[in-house]
Design a binder for this molecule. Structure first.
Ligand code: TUI
Length: 315
């Protein structure tokens, strides 16, 4: 079955779970526009997540999902909560959801882990998940090492379940390319940052719009938490400390609260502006609906062009 059929949505697009940004409002906007909105539970208490799920249910009658960030200390409690609240789709990130898959599947939940490699995709398939999001290192936030271009076809060849591509996709060209590589759907994060429905501070959105292709970097590799964000005073200081052999405590102190500083206070110099490399392609703030409908209209036109190009090769 198609990804859209599996999820009960119109377009095969999932909204990336962006911690402290992807609340009920953004998730419902994506679902109402025909994609799968996803509430990012990273950093939330159980009470907050319950409230966001109920709010999302009140804002849309379409399917939506919840993302469980597996580095969260309260992951056990949140894993139970999504079942209690009747959530239909769960995506996971930043670790293995092994402990929870059997329980979620028994509750009828569609489970879609995000994976950074072929090896982890195979482990997830063996656990009985429904699909995987294969996320290239172009993505924002916590990333692996492999690019989307080389990851997607290798994961698609390795597993029998549907593969959804993530990392570096912000328009119809990216979506068509992902489908050509073997993906059955796309997950998009960064492009949704530059929308009217995104609740991040205006300065955060403008930092995404202003970014060019080389303006992101990955910090935290030495701590085993590689995170991509837009270069600024904080990330450059983090890199300087990291390269000079600073302690885990020093680095963690610098990172503490940094996402909130950028997202809520709009401090894009001393906060963490997590975004993917495709921020360089994002030039304006639009609506969520415009992002999705133009992406699939463009993907269709691009696919025709690709067909024409291959069809005119005579030998
Ligand atoms: O999870 C993400 N992206 C994220 S999570 C996040 S919250 C955060 N904030 C500050 C520091 C760290 C995290 C921001 N962005 N993407 C999906 C993703 N999952 N990327 C990599 C992985 C992953 C890694 C290891 C998935 C599975 C995995 O499994 C390990 C194993 O043991 O099998």
């Amino acid at each position: 079955m198609s990804i859209a059929g599996m999820l009960g949505i119109t377009y095969p697009i999932i909204q990336g779970a962006m911690a402290q940004i992807a609340y009920a409002g953004l998730a419902a906007a994506v679902s109402n526009a025909g994609g799968l909105g996803v509430i990012a539970s990273g950093g939330m208490s159980a009470e907050q997540l319950r409230e966001e799920i109920r709010k999302c249910q009140s804002l849309t009658d379409k399917p939506f999902g919840v993302n469980l960030m597996l580095m969260a200390p309260n992951r056990d409690e949140l894993a139970q909560l999504v079942m209690d609240e009747g959530v239909k789709v769960v995506t996971t990130g930043a670790g293995s959801p092994k402990k929870y898959v059997a329980m979620w599947k028994a509750a009828g939940i569609i489970v879609i882990p995000v994976v950074p490699s072929v090896q982890i995709a195979l482990k997830m398939e063996a656990l009985g998940v429904d699909a995987v999001v294969a996320e290239g290192t172009e993505a924002g936030g916590h990333v692996g090492e492999t690019t989307t271009m080389v990851l997607i076809p290798q994961v698609a060849d390795a597993v029998s379940i549907p593969v959804i591509a993530a990392g570096g996709i912000a328009d119809g060209r990216g979506a068509a390319a992902a489908f050509a590589l073997g993906a059955k759907g796309v997950q998009v994060g960064t492009r949704f940052l530059a929308t009217g429905e995104c609740p991040a501070h205006e300065q955060f959105k403008q930092a995404v719009v202003a970014a060019q292709d080389g303006d992101t970097l990955v910090t935290g590799r030495s701590l085993g938490v590689p995170v991509r964000s837009i270069k600024n005073r904080m990330t450059l200081e983090y890199m300087r400390l990291e390269n000079s052999g600073a302690s885990r405590e020093e680095l963690e102190a610098l990172a503490m609260g940094s996402l909130g500083r950028a997202v809520r206070e709009g401090d894009t110099e001393n906060g963490s502006v997590m975004a993917g490399q495709i921020a360089g392609l994002v030039h304006e703030i639009t609506t969520v609906r415009q992002v999705i409908s133009s992406m699939f209209a463009e993907a269709k036109a691009v696919s025709r062009q690709v067909y024409a190009m291959t069809d005119e090769v005579h030998n």
